[in-house]
Design a protein. Structure first.
Length: 610
């Protein structure tokens, strides 16, 4: 739709500018712009005399029953940075609408102040198998403990982030929501549970919150659901909703000949993007599905590969083949998809499976994809459009950045392990990792964005000792750490624990680590190659061997960083740390837990685990 001069208040030049700008905006950007203009109009509409009168009234408010606090506290629990970004953007939107907003990590919030809060917004992700993020653990424990206060005067709402392919989808958010209600709180608006495609439901939640607060007489601005949105942080025009096509400069296999693994080192150009990052941040990558998998799925469907389907609310259309290649996730089945298909298809066998209980559903979902679902229960829906409407949007894959922007200007490096496995009689591939391993060459491009993560950052003081534990591809952010410390001339000691299968073939970035040791950039390095010895040795074993010195580093204020597999490695390393603290500090188990919890509170214990 083109803006016409004759039926608008704009001159020809302004209309042309708007007609060039508007088609380039995302839906969230358009909605945010509406809210911004509404807020600025309200602010500018009040004459100075009115403003002066309002100041007098505010200086001596009348204590009536209708007086409701304009203060809003937003607490976030975030592992990768999504919940933090959404919380901060919610704060900006509420601030623009006249509220007094405090945004804080749950880890930095004093629980004893909860009794004083009247309006509370919780934005929290669920980590692992239904666990709270690291920076939400202490607040979660307090709220569910015996010391939690009664909160009859509290009004609250929860925005919950999760992944519906996991059994305990949005579990942490649900726990907070139920607990706040149990303590006497009243909901401002119903909890919203977001899957990986969270931008639009998060914007709708915020609109509901703002509407509820405004209806209570807390805002002078009339705001509709179209006036708020989740906006992107940062100066670059490129973001999660508008990724930058980064050119591939290098794509190398880091593993030696004969290795059981394939680990790709990617170097991408950010030239012209304006994107910036810090060590500890991640790069989001939007992959495309394996062409062979797409072809096999199309063969099982009853519709033409060239049939057009609408892929978003803006009405953009692609062929079915293009949509299945780039827009939708087809390598994972989730419980919600299974339930929707059962209702839509009318397939009795599938309906019985869904009705049989969560364990049976979980067993079927594990290791299967959309192709399996179509083959097992036939295609569903009356059209290709109805078929794709049940699929999840292709989520970005997040990878810890393996380079420093200071050391490699306008570049970003990644360390990606190729994922290949067999399941239910078929070979399966990781979507993004195999794209990078098999179908990506220098000169090609990848759609990317920066995912900032304030929960995994180097100490502000460069003299603070750092201990890094990163087996396998968990080494990535520590390469970034060391490049940055070399650039800034950090003099604090550093210690790396690295592990993999074989020394000869799997010592990732070996030459670089040896050079950093030689040059004194890296103080100490301990390695564990599990398949080179009769008894498997892992990083946690090396840590225990060095327990006395490691605890001495902790006593001197060292910050500990862990990156890699959460389910096994990170759990084992955490347990080992507790054992070292208990043993070398001559503490009880509870005292060791308190010691490590205090380190976490001081941001001296940080994890980037997946």
């Amino acid at each position: 739709m083109q803006l016409q001069v004759m039926n608008s208040p704009f001159n020809q030049e302004q209309a042309e500018l708007l007609n060039r700008l508007l088609p380039t905006l995302t839906e969230s950007q358009k909605v945010w712009l509406c809210g911004y203009l509404a807020a600025t109009q309200s602010a500018s509409a009040a004459p100075s005399s009115v403003i002066q009168e309002e100041k007098v009234v505010e200086a001596a408010p009348q204590p009536t029953e209708q007086t409701v606090s304009k203060e809003v506290t937003i607490l976030y629990g975030s592992q990768t940075g999504n919940a933090q970004r959404l919380a901060e953007n919610a704060g900006k939107t509420l601030d623009a609408n006249g509220f007094q907003v405090k945004v804080s990590s749950m880890n930095d919030f004093k629980p004893n102040n909860l009794k004083k809060v009247e309006n509370l917004l919780i934005v929290v992700s669920t980590h692992g198998e239904g666990e709270p993020p690291d920076n939400a653990l202490s607040f979660h424990e307090f709220l569910h403990g015996r010391r939690a206060p009664k909160l009859e005067n509290l009004r609250f709402s929860v925005l919950s982030l999760g992944d519906s392919s996991y059994e305990f989808f949005c579990h942490t958010g649900k726990e907070f929501d139920e607990r706040l209600e149990a303590l006497g709180g009243t909901r401002l608006t119903t909890r919203v549970d977001c899957d990986l495609d969270f931008e639009e439901p998060a914007a709708e939640w915020l609109a509901g919150v703002l509407s509820s607060l405004s209806n209570a007489g807390q805002s002078g601005t009339t705001t509709s659901s179209n006036d708020v949105a989740v906006t992107q942080v940062g100066e670059s025009v490129y973001s999660r909703s508008n990724p930058f096509n980064a050119e591939v400069l290098e794509n190398l296999n880091l593993n030696g000949r004969g290795s059981n693994k394939e680990t790709r080192h990617l170097e991408l150009s950010l030239e012209g993007s304006g994107l910036t990052f810090e060590p500890g941040d991640s790069l989001g990558v939007y992959p495309t599905n394996d062409p062979t998998l797409v072809e096999n799925l199309l063969k099982e469907l009853n519709w033409s590969a060239d049939e057009k389907v609408t892929v978003n609310k803006q009405g953009d259309q692609l062929t079915l083949k293009e949509a299945l290649t780039s827009q939708y996730e087809i390598t994972v089945i989730t419980k919600p998809i299974l339930e929707q298909v059962a209702n839509l298809s009318g397939n009795t066998e599938l309906q019985q499976l869904v009705a049989s209980g969560s364990e049976k559903v979980k067993e079927y979902i594990d290791g299967r994809d959309v192709l399996d679902l179509v083959r097992d229960f036939s295609a569903w829906g009356n059209s290709a459009q109805e078929f794709v409407s049940l699929l999840r949007k292709m989520p970005p894959r997040l990878y810890s950045i393996a380079s420093s922007l200071s050391a490699n200007p306008e570049e970003v490096h990644l360390t990606i392990g190729a994922v290949r496995y067999d399941s239910h009689g078929r070979e399966r591939n990781g979507v993004c990792s195999i794209l990078c391993a098999e179908r990506l060459a220098p000169g090609d491009t990848l759609p990317v964005f920066i995912q900032h993560n304030q929960n995994f950052k180097l100490p502000e003081n460069p003299e603070t000792p750092v201990i890094m534990v990163g087996p396998g591809t968990g080494i990535a952010p520590f390469r970034s750490f060391m490049q940055e410390r070399e650039e800034i001339g950090a003099e604090g000691p550093s210690w790396l624990f690295f592990g993999d299968q074989h020394f000869v073939t799997d010592f990732l970035y070996q030459i670089e680590w040896q050079k950093w040791i030689k040059d004194g950039i890296l103080t100490k390095m301990d390695v564990a190659f599990s398949r080179d010895t009769d008894e498997k040795v892992y990083v946690q074993h090396r840590m225990m061997e060095q327990s006395k010195e490691l605890f001495d580093w902790l006593q001197k204020g060292a910050a500990v960083y862990i990156c890699g597999d959460e389910k096994h490695m990170a759990h084992d390393v955490h347990t080992t740390l507790l054992a070292i603290i208990e043993k070398e500090g001559n503490m009880s188990q509870d005292q060791a837990k308190e010691y490590l919890a205090a380190m976490q509170q001081q941001k001296r214990y940080q994890r980037d685990v997946y």
